[in-house]
Design a protein around this ligand. Structure first.
Ligand SMILES: *Cc1c(COP(=O)(O)O)cnc(C)c1O
Length: 430
């Protein structure tokens, strides 16, 4: 029997079980970390002591995982984008097309190099950047197209690959939310010039902070290697006690290196990624199936023909008219309380995002916000913000066979008693 009183109003919650913790340490990660600690080398810029660095070991393991030719570990996801942009020579006067609904780093890294982010709307079905709208936004100044495989759904790479070839504009695939997703037989990140990854705490593979850039192009690889280590690359001649990096300076680099500790963690965590992705997929499929019997709520389109998605934040789309037209923020609070799970609205559209402030960054030479934002019209991103909620992928690692059913029960309950959902002022309580 469903309790008629919503948990948000003091009633009994639908689910009081525990959701899995994220991230998870384990014995092998601990051992790897301790090995780095006592190795005498904590950075790739430390001396070579006869052992391959953890950074090189992770580079190789992540290349093998993705079936890419090359991998450059970097300090975080933002530096993966920055080093890819630097490697492509993006700078002042250039434009880079970025999604209108994603983390701000996609636009702010472009700004950081003095180039102009051109914000383009997303498709409503999977919330990835729209190929038609990207096509319409291309100008003579377009130096790169940055797409995001949003929430683990795979962007329309058929269209983007063709567009990139026809227009001669490189693609940067931001795979920060899609470690292990596939397009046909290829892993995401291997189709464009670069695949960029974040290994920040919330991501599917993490070392707290961390990142990587993969590519199949040997020249671009050497440029990214330099971009992230002040213009240096690994030397083929190494001598015990001496630094393993040699100076090249073909691009203006910066220090965006991943430490040995982070590499040691990633090396072990990577071994769990595939099985964790499978568990998440099993629960996600179950949830998607269960949602078929609920009017007014559906997931975004994860399973598109020819793609294998992964599940980062699981996104639910609401028909608010079936919830007494309550705001998505109010629904977020009510649903979170029923499930003892943090469920929240997704990104604000980039042109309204409080952390996207191009007018405060003068390197691009455009001084007025109006000038930078001219022509930015992203109604789908706005609608998605008003109608979607997401919960973290760790919930999909649950081993409780009833957990997905409870989610659907909770959704049905708040729908039935939607008139009682308190207004949004309470959101700050989360
Ligand atoms: C997390 C994320 C980033 C930024 O990664 P950091 O490691 O936080 O710098 C960039 N793009 C997308 C799509 C992300 O999800």
């Amino acid at each position: 029997m469903t309790n008629s009183k919503l948990a948000v109003n003091g009633g009994d919650p639908v689910y009081e079980g525990n959701w899995p913790q994220w991230p998870l340490g384990d014995k092998s990660t601990e051992e790897s970390l301790l090995k780095a600690l006592y190795s005498g080398r904590w950075a790739i810029s430390g001396p070579y002591l006869g052992e391959e660095s953890f950074e090189r070991k992770f580079s190789q393991a992540f290349s093998e995982f993705n079936k890419s030719e090359f991998c450059t570990p970097v300090s975080n996801g933002s530096s993966s984008l920055l080093s890819a942009l630097i490697a492509l020579g993006v700078g002042r006067g250039d434009e880079v097309i970025v999604p209108g609904l994603t983390w701000v780093a996609c636009a702010t890294t472009v700004l950081a190099l003095g180039a102009k982010p051109v914000i383009v709307d997303v498709d409503l079905n999977n919330l990835c950047i729209s190929p038609e709208k990207v096509k319409a936004a291309i100008t003579e100044k377009t130096k790169a197209i940055m797409l995001v495989h949003a929430f683990g759904a795979v962007a329309d790479l058929d269209a983007f690959k063709q567009m990139s070839q026809e227009e001669g504009i490189p693609l940067i695939e931001d795979c920060s939310q899609a470690h292990g997703a596939m397009w046909g037989d290829s892993f995401v990140g291997t189709i464009g010039a670069f695949g960029c990854f974040s290994m920040q705490q919330s991501k599917l593979l993490t070392s707290g902070e961390g990142g990587a850039v993969i590519t199949n192009d040997p020249e671009l690889y050497l440029r990214v290697e330099q971009a992230r280590s002040d213009g240096r690359v690994f030397s083929s001649e190494r001598m015990s006690g001496a630094i393993e990096l040699k100076e090249v300076g073909e691009v203006q680099g910066h220090n965006m290196c991943l430490s040995e500790f982070q590499s040691a963690v990633l090396l072990e965590q990577l071994k769990k990624l595939e099985s964790e992705n499978k568990t998440r997929e099993k629960n996600a499929k179950r949830l998607i199936k269960l949602l078929e019997s609920v009017d007014g709520v559906e997931s975004i389109e994860y399973f598109r023909e020819g793609t294998s998605p992964v599940f980062y934040n699981f996104v639910l789309r609401f028909d608010l008219s079936m919830f007494e037209s309550k705001s998505i923020d109010a629904i977020s609070l009510a649903l979170s309380q029923e499930l003892n799970l943090f469920i929240r609205p997704i990104y604000r559209p980039m042109n309204e995002h409080p952390l996207y402030k191009p007018e405060k960054s003068f390197r691009h030479g455009l001084k007025e916000r109006d000038e930078i934002m001219r022509g930015v019209d992203i109604p789908n991103a706005k609608l998605a913000r008003e109608t979607c909620l997401a919960f973290h992928h760790s919930a999909l690692l649950t081993e409780d066979v009833d957990a997905m059913e409870k989610m659907v029960t909770a959704i049905s309950k708040i729908k039935e008693f939607a008139v009682d959902i308190p207004d949004v002022e309470n959101l700050a309580a989360i």
